[in-house]
Design a protein around this ligand. Structure first.
Ligand SMILES: *Cc1c(COP(=O)(O)O)cnc(C)c1O
Length: 396
């Protein structure tokens, strides 16, 4: 048994993080100050987008993204966009006020809950063996009111950004990327977040960098950025010092200065986090290679993963015992979790009578995320791996 509990993912906080947090706490502005502005500027520069808007969570940022999408259609903005001017689906959605979005069932439920919050219907496509939305066959799921696709970079592995860009162009869809797992990742040397129409990142404690709770929406689109900013700030548009106008039911979704200060400090450390996670993942790849109990994540040459998760897939012999195996591992201080139960199985989604998706079900039954994070040493990774192997042995 390991001496201490090892979570599947966790944050890293050092003296440099602590120092800037204390400094922010003692500064004149605890919210709506320059630190948040600086954090947003640095996130935009890091990803390579015109805009980055910070939020108190990725969930809030997703809410704002879908709102911006809806307004893009309802306000006829798409008619001013050469690419969408003839979009039959946008016109249909606008006329009938119904909206649907293609997405993946293998995600955290916030991805689609925030669609429901806007009366937008998720349409679930099946996934690939890597856990990402499969483009193959997705075309047949398009409806008259389908206006967007929301992909998720599962475990920190980017979707094939070129293929998604082509697919969304071909079908006149807006591309929203829930990249909550993938801040710092890339596809073919292009940063995650740089290609979708809107991308969302999470800075929750277990994600690649943290602001405790927090998130961001990045985009190159002026309209999307304007709406997102407005929703984050009470639906208020500021004109002069006190003469402002409220034009929508907005919220207070803002990230505070202390969180932004931590974010800036974490940004300085991100490359070391990613390198450490990669080192642990590569160790598992080599050390657990050819084990008879489970399959390792398949490497994809064009993708630089953030290794937010290290998902193993159990051999079919062990699937019935997965719950017992997971409990035994937890007892042995090996933190494991399953990512994810297909969203359409949740009670909230039952009434929609979604079809069961074969790959998503198989993936859910086989998947187990094992510890992989920047606070682990190679020595600890070896102990974790040995403990996992001996646990599986005891079940075979
Ligand atoms: C973590 C996560 C979210 C929610 O992020 P919060 O910052 O906790 O709101 C959304 N989608 C995915 C895929 C996530 O992993």
């Amino acid at each position: 048994m390991l001496q201490n509990f090892i979570p599947y993912s966790t944050q890293s906080i050092d003296e440099s993080d602590k120092a800037v947090v204390i400094q922010a706490l003692l500064s004149s502005h605890l919210t709506q100050g320059n630190i948040t502005k600086e954090f947003e500027a640095q996130v935009a520069a890091y990803v390579g987008t015109k805009y980055a808007i910070s939020f108190n969570s990725a969930t809030s940022a997703l809410y704002a993204a879908y709102k911006a999408l809806k307004e893009f259609v309802l306000q006829d903005i798409f008619q001013k966009d050469s690419h969408f001017v003839d979009s039959v689906n946008f016109k249909y959605a606008r006329r009938h006020k119904t909206f649907s979005i293609l997405t993946t069932p293998i995600s955290f439920v916030a991805t689609t809950n925030m669609m429901l919050a806007h009366d937008m219907q998720p349409i679930f496509g099946d996934i690939t063996m890597h856990g990402n939305l499969k483009l193959d066959g997705l075309e047949s799921l398009l409806r008259d009111d389908t206006i967007a696709i929301c992909s998720v970079d599962y475990a920190g592995n980017s979707v094939d950004m070129e293929a998604f860009r082509q697919f969304t162009k071909k079908h006149n869809l807006i591309w929203i990327s829930d990249s909550s797992h993938a801040f710092g990742g890339s596809f073919d040397n292009k940063k995650v977040g740089s290609m979708a129409d809107m991308s969302i990142f999470s800075f929750h404690a277990v994600k690649p960098i943290t602001t405790c709770e927090g998130g961001a929406l990045v985009s190159n689109n002026d309209f999307f950025a304007k709406i997102a900013h407005r929703i984050c700030n009470h639906g208020i548009e500021k004109k002069t010092l006190y003469n402002h106008d409220c034009v929508d039911i907005g919220f207070n979704f803002r990230l505070h200065e202390v969180g932004a200060a931590l974010g800036l400090s974490q940004l300085k450390r991100i490359e070391s986090f990613l390198a450490k996670r990669e080192e642990i993942a590569q160790f598992y790849n080599a050390y657990l290679h050819n084990n008879p109990f489970f399959y390792l994540p398949k490497e994809q040459p064009l993708i630089k993963s953030t290794r937010h998760l290290y998902p193993i897939l159990l051999d079919s012999r062990f699937i019935c015992q997965k719950e017992h195996i997971a409990n035994k591992l937890m007892e042995r201080n090996v933190g494991v979790q399953v990512h994810y139960k297909p969203i359409y199985n949740f009670s909230l989604y039952r009434s929609f009578n979604y079809p069961i998706l074969r790959n998503a079900e198989d993936f859910y039954h086989a998947e187990l995320s094992i510890p992989c994070h920047q606070n682990m040493s190679l020595e600890l990774a070896k102990k974790v791996a040995d403990s996992i192997v001996s646990t599986f042995e005891s079940f075979s």
